[in-house]
Design a protein around this ligand. Sequence first.
Ligand SMILES: NC(=O)c1ccc[n+]([C@@H]2O[C@H](COP(=O)([O-])OP(=O)(O)OC[C@H]3O[C@@H](n4cnc5c(N)ncnc54)[C@H](O)[C@@H]3O)[C@@H](O)[C@H]2O)c1
Length: 264
Amino acid sequence: MTKEIFDLAGRSAFVTGAASGLGFAMTEAMVESGAAVCLADVDANNLDKAVDHFRRQSNQVEGVELDVRDPAKIKQVVKAYADRQGRLDVMFANAGITGGAPISQPDGAIETIDLDVWRNVLDVNLTGVFATLQAAAAVMKPQRSGRIIATASIAGMRTSNVSGYAYSSTKAAVIQIVKLAAAELAQYDIRVNGIAPGPFLTNIAGGRMFTDPARRDFMAQGTALKRVADPKELKGLVTLLASDAASFITGQVIAIDGGALVIT
Ligand SMILES: NC(=O)c1ccc[n+]([C@@H]2O[C@H](COP(=O)([O-])OP(=O)(O)OC[C@H]3O[C@@H](n4cnc5c(N)ncnc54)[C@H](O)[C@@H]3O)[C@@H](O)[C@H]2O)c1
């Protein structure tokens, strides 16, 4: 039955950056589809709130405080979760931050980029995602199955009037990592895909899209649909990629952007 191929009952999932925004929506999709979920986030306060929220829906939810800038810790907590569950079926390498102005602004100009800001964005968005994939592969290879979904961005697919050098470069690199890992891990029946969101109303960049209507309108005008998205609008795509419905899809990065990439 078509409905059954989306069912995730009996599966286990791990989500980085799960306490807010897109990671919260990914967690919601997994919980509603029947999976056990480990929420990981660096923000202990929001993490506790998110875990409490999901425990009202499911007793298969737990949380772990995790900074993805710490590869040894990622490896340890992912392995511990997989050991407790007996396996790890789905990994969302999602945690990410912004940093640095777009090239259209004076402080986004190439010679002004602060390399400390640059390195921090790379540590979270690039090395953090890569280390998360390493930890997932380490437990998924021996079990010879798994699904990995990395959060890229349309900013990694074209130049952007919103994001600067560091953010856009990390997202382009994540797209390449998805392709490499998909090619390497297919022999273990591990599917690796990415999502490339357009503007979603989350707390990224200090939640400016929430608080500043002019900012929100500016972001909306950059899409064909002329609006920004609710994080819940991600749930269909991530459930597809996490489930057997996507059994023949690997190495893809799917834009979910309200048509931002098709307008000039
Ligand atoms: N919101 C958008 O419009 C948009 C568009 C394209 C891509 N993205 C990507 O989506 C992902 C999620 O962002 P969001 O929009 O939901 O933002 P968000 O700020 O609402 O959520 C990000 C979460 O990641 C956590 N986090 C940050 N640094 C971390 C670290 N070092 N270790 C562990 N957790 C950490 C934060 O505490 C937060 O809970 C990011 O990779 C972002 O680049 C977002």
